[in-house]
Design a protein around this ligand. Structure first.
Ligand code: FEO
Length: 170
């Protein structure tokens, strides 16, 4: 059984993961509107991954005898200055998520809640990947510049990304 405080914190994180999905879906729509189908695809897959993260919290809260309480999901922004601006926002957002996950781990440790700590370690590793992939795209975007053939090629490359549903045992 998780504590009331852990339940509340995990519910809040579930909400933030849903917000992340909303944010990335909004970014996907922005790219659809600007005709960059590859970037739009990358963001749509990212949004699906965030939904999967939210569902991990949903399942864990229930498995541990807690109560899932869904709150309003904040509306995300819908406009950005450029593709680079979008990905810089992704990188910044992921750094924020990492600090939220770290806060949850700190809480689990202070409560000696080993089950929650073990569950959260998946997210600790995931955040390393999330930050690295966002930073890599920002760096490549800076090399490619604002337009032209490089951007077109990069867009084509990101069209290949596909969402992989986690195995049911996860
Ligand atoms: Fe759920 Fe992108 O962190």
């Amino acid at each position: 059984m998780i504590s009331a405080k852990m339940q509340e914190s995990m519910n809040r994180q579930l909400n933030r993961e849903m917000y992340s999905a909303y944010l990335y879906l909004s970014m996907s729509a922005y790219f659809e509107d600007t005709g960059l189908k590859g970037f739009a695809n990358w963001m749509k897959v990212q949004a699906q991954e965030e939904m999967m993260h939210a569902m991990k919290f949903y399942d864990f809260i229930n498995e541990r005898g807690g109560r899932v309480i869904l709150q309003d999901i904040e509306a995300p922004p819908g406009k950005w200055d450029s593709p680079l601006d979008v990905f810089e926002n992704v990188a910044e957002h992921e750094r924020k998520v990492t600090s939220l996950i770290s806060g949850l781990v700190d809480l689990a440790i202070s409560e000696k809640d080993h089950a929650s700590n073990a569950f959260l370690q998946w997210f600790v590793s995931e955040q390393v990947e999330e930050e690295a992939s966002a930073d890599e795209i920002v760096q490549r975007m800076k090399l490619v510049g604002k337009e032209g053939n490089g951007l077109f090629m990069f867009d084509r490359e990101l069209l290949q990304r596909k969402f992989t549903a986690p195995a049911s045992s996860e």
